[in-house]
Design a protein around this ligand. Structure first.
Ligand code: NAD
Length: 411
C-alpha cells in the first residue's frame, strides 16, 4: 500500500467516528501545495547530476506549515505527501499553532561528499525559497539531515530574504538553535513510553525493549530509557542488529557508534541477529525508530511485543495495524509518539521570533508538560470512543483542524 493511501485510511477511520461530510473530508485531505523541482549539481569529479526535490504543504488552517526535510534514496512525491499530511495531524494533536508540510530529496547522503551535499541543499533552496519562510513554512531535520543542512538552508534563504533565523529549526545551538532540540524526538519517545507503560502498570525494570534504528531518534530514546532503568535487550540499524538477554550496555554502544561513523556494525559485546529477528523478539516493548513500513501484514502475526511505540513515521501499515489491534497489542501512534521533535522546534521558532534564549531545563520541562497533556487527552478520547490510541489521536487532531478551517471560512 502506498504511504499516502495508508495515512488516508487512518484519517477515514477517525472521520467516520466524527461523521465528517464528504466535502469537509476532501478539503482536509487535499494538500494546499505540492512543489517538485529539478536540482542540477556539479559533482566533485566534474560530472553533472540531476536530482529531484519535493516540498509538500498540506494544510495551514492552524498556522504556518512545519515539517522536516528528508534525504533518502526512496524519497518520492507520494511519501512526502503522506509525511506532510502526518505533520498536520501531529502538530494538531500536540496543539502547536502550526499546519503540516514535508520535504525531501531522493539522494543517498552516505554516497555524497560534504561539499556535494552542501551544493545540492543550496540549489534546492534556490528553487523553493519563495514558498518557505518563518510565517509560511518552516523546515526542520528529518532522516538523513541534521543541524548542518539546517545551517546551510538558513544561510541560503537569507541571501534572498535577509536575516531571519526563524525560517528553519533544528539549527546548531551556537547559530540560533535551541538546546535540547537534537535529543527532543528521542526524549519525547522516552517520556511517552514512561506515561503509557505507567497506565499499563508495567515497571521499567521489568520491561524488556527492542529498538530498531540508532540514529537521532533511536539513540536518544535508548539513552533516556536506559537512564530510566528499562532493560534494552536489542538495538539495530542499517548495518547490524544486536541482542543481549540481560540487557545491552547502552552507554558503551552510544560511545561505540560515535566513534564508528554513527553505526553499530563491528560491536562485539552482543549476539548478532537479523533485522527481522529484532522486530519479532519476545520482548515487552518494541520501538521502531528507523524507516516507515517495517511492520506489514507479512510479519504482523509474528510480532510478539504487547506494546509498540511508533518512534519512526508510519512504521506500521494499516493492514498490519488491524491485525495487531485485533491481537490486543497496544500501539502509541507516530503522530503523538514522535511529536517531541516538532514541539521543541516550536520552542526554537518562538525563541527566534522573540530574540530570547531558553535554557535546557525549561525546554525539557515544557516538552514533558506538552507531551503529557497530549497523551492524557488521547488516552481519555480512546476510552470515550472505545477505540485505538491511533484513532483517538486522529479524532483530536481532525477536530482541531476542522474547527480552525471553519472559523477561517471557505469563501
Ligand atoms: P537518522 O537518519 O538519524 O537515523 C535513521 C536510523 O535508521 C539509522 O540508525 C539507520 O541506520 C537506521 N536504518 C535505516 N534503514 C534501516 C533498515 N533498513 N533497518 C534498520 N535500521 C535502518 O533518522 P532519525 O532522524 O533518527 O529518524 C528516524 C525516524 O524518525 C524517521 O522515520 C523519521 O521520519 C522519524 N522522525 C524523526 C524526527 C527527528 O527529529 N529526527 C522527528 C519525528 C520523526
Amino acid at each position: 500500500m502506498k504511504a499516502h493511501e495508508a495515512v488516508q485510511l487512518y484519517f477515514n477511520r477517525a472521520a467516520d467516528l466524527l461523521e465528517l461530510s464528504p466535502a469537509i473530508r476532501r478539503l482536509l485531505v487535499v494538500p494546499k501545495r505540492e512543489v517538485q523541482v529539478q536540482i542540477p549539481v556539479e559533482m566533485d569529479d566534474g560530472r553533472l547530476e540531476t536530482y529531484i526535490g519535493y516540498r509538500v504543504q498540506h494544510d495551514d488552517a492552524r498556522g504556518p506549515m512545519k515539517g522536516g526535510l528528508r534525504y533518502h534514496p526512496e524519497v518520492d512525491l507520494d511519501e512526502v505527501r503522506a509525511l506532510a499530511t502526518l505533520m498536520t495531524w501531529k502538530t494538531a494533536v500536540v496543539d502547536l499553532p502550526y499546519g503540516g508540510a514535508k520535504g525531501g530529496i531522493a539522494i543517498d547522503p552516505r554516497m555524497l561528499s560534504v561539499k556535494e551535499l552542501e551544493r545540492i541543499t543550496r540549489k534546492f533552496i534556490d528553487q523553493i525559497h519563495d514558498v518557505i519562510g518563518p510565517h509560511e513554512d518552516i523546515p526542520a531535520p528529518d532522516m538523513g539531515t541534521s543541524w548542518r543542512e539546517m545551517a546551510w538552508i538558513r544561510n541560503q534563504w537569507e541571501k534572498y530574504h535577509g536575516f531571519n533565523p526563524a525560517v528553519i529549526t533544528g539549527k546548531p545551538v551556537e547559530h540560533y538553535g535551541i538546546e535540547g532540540r537534537e535529543e527532543a524526538t528521542g526524549r519525547g519517545v522516552g517520556i511517552l513510553t514512561y506515561k503509557l507503560l505507567g497506565h499499563l502498570q508495567r515497571k521499567p525494570q521489568q520491561t524488556r525493549v527492542a529498538l530498531q534504528g540508532f540514529g537521532n531518534v533511536g539513540s536518544h530514546a535508548a539513552k533516556y530509557l536506559y537512564e530510566s532503568e528499562y532493560k534494552i535487550v536489542s538495538v539495530g540499524d542499517q548495518t547490524a542488529s544486536l541482542y543481549r538477554k540481560d540487557g545491552l550496555d547502552i552507554p558503551a554502544l552510544l560511545k561505540f557508534a560515535l566513534n564508528n561513523k554513527g553505526v553499530l556494525k563491528g560491536y562485539t559485546d552482543a549476539e548478532q541477529i537479523t533485522g527481522d529477528q529484532l522486530l519479532e523478539l519476545d520482548v515487552d516493548l518494541l520501538i521502531p525508530a528507523a524507516l516507515g513500513g517495517v511492520i506489514t501484514r507479512k510479519n504482523a502475526e509474528r510480532i510478539r511485543a504487547p506494546v509498540i511505540i511508533e518512534a519512526a513515521n508510519a512504521p506500521i501499515d494499516p493492514e498490519a495495524d488491524d491485525i495487531l489491534h485485533h491481537r490486543g497489542i497496544t500501539i502509541l501512534p507516530d503522530i503523538l509518539a514522535n511529536a517531541g521533535g516538532v514541539t521543541v522546534s516550536y520552542f526554537e521558532w518562538v525563541q527566534n521570533l522573540q530574540f530570547y534564549r531558553w535554557g535546557l531545563n525549561r525546554v525539557r520541562q515544557e516538552l514533558e508538560a506538552g507531551l503529557s497533556r497530549a497523551f492524557d487527552l488521547v488516552w481519555q478520547e480512546a476510552r470515550i470512543h472505545n477505540c485505538s490510541l491511533r484513532t483517538a489521536a486522529y479524532i483530536i487532531a481532525i477536530r482541531r483542524v476542522k474547527a480552525a478551517t471553519e472559523l477561517a471560512g471557505h469563501q
